[in-house]
Ligand binder design. Structure first.
Ligand SMILES: *Cc1c(COP(=O)(O)O)cnc(C)c1O
Length: 494
């Protein structure tokens, strides 16, 4: 190996430090170049054009290229053809621009490469995450004894909520220890209630938990896209009569499409009446805990048994960064399994906490550092302003749409997502579906603008999901004008 190549790791040596700083600077510069002069979210290339760029790309060259050439190639392929998440023309998904401080925090967490499964792989990181989990429980409003863990995201957190809720319920109801004995035929009658517009990870989790999609009952929503309480009570009653076993309600605080928030306090009451576990999926709406103006909209969050919060959505963290919380932290023990090579029982007696006992993953990133650094760096006031501004912007866009006869709009946003439909001119609803879908596609390839699309009431709608607090509503009003013009053009062609 040449001298340069023998520097594989950042260690204490002068050559390794110089090389590392040099490479890092070059990578940072490449990234900055990628954002230079960026207006639109995407450079408009089609899937075929991207495939052509990769033509002949060899996975593992016989001779290494060295960092400079490799970086230049990554810049040419990836950076230039990436979706620019910071662009104000990007609002398709719950996928935001990462805070600059948190991107830098990624460097610290990758560079230190602590693994969160056991204390001896992450001494201070373990202590920091432990403390933060409890502090976040305080922010949520949970009582003492609550606990949490960082996860890979909302889907994983929802799976954990449904898993722990299932095991809690089956033990209480049947004295069954699912961990050891698995599921028996009689317990397959359990039912999970979630709204018809909740996230698909509910069904996926039911599948993974051996219950199947059919265990998930889609409760109808009201016109504001919130779970209907009369419908929930009716479904529970019907299921009981038919011999099914209501097990839990999985509420949503911020549905993926509409940002609607289920009636959390009423759901708590219904869960108590029937002895059900309550889970809240606040992957999206969890961000409101930092808002001064809108925090009240998620009142009741603190009453749930288990809770999902995603930090890579409203909290603007680089992917991945998720959280899972339990009002009674002791319930985490349902996940704990000891291994002689990792998390010996005596460790804890001696004061060494191994976080793997609360986690589905074993090896795990110290994603908590990104929250730690960006909370401290920006402070509560700035965080509240960011959340408030995003929610206010969505309301202004909604009001604009409401005033414009060329559009219909589904519901007043409770968070930051606006679902609407171009309905200019007369025409069949099917034709309107086609127009809306083709306008969205055309926006990508003609203007590099990316907005969302979904179905509401069986009809194709467009969607703007705002996460970036710096977006100016006036710019979005211009975009709405463009959408209306494109819709009109398309209508002429059909
Ligand atoms: C995004 C989202 C999820 C899934 O979270 P991931 O981090 O993508 O796994 C779950 N529930 C809701 C309501 C979401 O919006």
């Amino acid at each position: 190996m040449s001298d340069e190549k023998s520097c594989l790791f950042l260690d204490g040596s002068v050559p390794s430090r110089n090389l590392f700083l040099n490479n890092l600077k070059a990578a940072g510069e490449a990234l900055c170049r990628g954002y230079e002069g960026v207006e639109s979210a995407y450079n408009r290339r089609s899937p075929q054009e991207l495939k052509a760029l990769l033509e002949g790309d060899e996975l593992l060259p016989a001779q290494g290229w060295g960092w400079e050439k490799t970086l230049a190639r990554a810049e040419e392929l990836l950076i230039q053809n990436s979706l620019k998440v910071c662009s104000h023309d990007y609002m398709a998904h719950l996928h935001g621009p990462p805070l600059m401080d948190s991107v830098a925090a990624e460097l610290l967490l990758a560079g230190t490469n602590q693994s969160m499964d056991s204390w001896d792989q992450a001494p201070m990181a373990t202590e920091m995450e432990l403390r933060m989990a409890r502090q976040l429980c305080g922010l949520i409003g949970f009582p003492d004894g609550a606990d949490g863990i960082f996860t890979a995201g909302g889907s994983q957190s929802n799976l954990m909520g449904l898993l722990i809720g299932r095991d809690w319920f089956l033990e209480k109801r049947f004295g069954l220890d699912v961990r050891r004995e698995g599921l028996s035929a009689e317990v397959l009658k359990v039912r999970i209630y979630t709204s018809e517009v909740s996230h698909f990870s509910m069904e996926k989790s039911a599948h993974l938990l051996g219950l199947g999609y059919r265990a998930v009952r889609a409760v109808p929503v009201d016109p504001r896209q919130k779970m209907s309480m009369p419908a929930l009570e009716e479904m529970i009653r019907e299921d009981l009569e038919a011999g099914f076993i209501p097990m839990m309600v999985a509420a949503t605080a911020g549905t993926t499409d509409f940002g609607s928030i289920d009636p959390l306090k009423e759901i708590r009451r219904i869960c108590d009446d029937h002895g059900l576990w309550m889970h809240i999926d606040a992957a999206y709406g969890g961000g409101l805990i930092l808002s001064e103006k809108f925090r009240g909209r998620i009142a009741g969050l603190e009453t749930t048994d288990s809770l999902t919060v995603d930090f890579h959505k409203m909290f603007l963290q680089p992917i991945s960064c998720g959280g899972f919380f339990l009002k009674n932290g002791g319930e985490f023990s349902r996940l704990t399994l000891h291994a002689d090579y990792l998390n010996r029982e005596e460790d804890e007696e001696e004061g060494y906490e191994n976080l793997v006992g609360k986690s589905l993953a074993t090896t795990r990133r110290f994603d908590a550092l990104k929250i730690w650094m960006s909370f401290k760096s920006l402070g509560a006031g700035e965080w509240a302003r960011m959340m408030d501004r995003t929610v206010d912007n969505a309301r202004r866009i909604y009001e604009r749409l409401l005033d414009d006869p060329r559009f219909s709009v589904i519901t007043k946003p409770e968070i930051s997502s606006v679902v609407f439909r171009y309905i200019g001119g007369t025409g069949e609803e099917d034709v309107r579906d086609e127009i809306n879908a083709s306008v969205r596609r055309e926006l990508i390839h003609r203007f590099g603008t990316i907005i969302g699309q979904t179905k509401a009431g069986g009809r194709t709608h467009l969607k703007m999901t705002l996460l970036n607090p710096l977006v100016e509503p006036e710019k979005i009003f211009d975009l709405l004008e463009r959408i209306a013009e494109m819709g009109e053009e398309r209508r002429g062609e059909l």
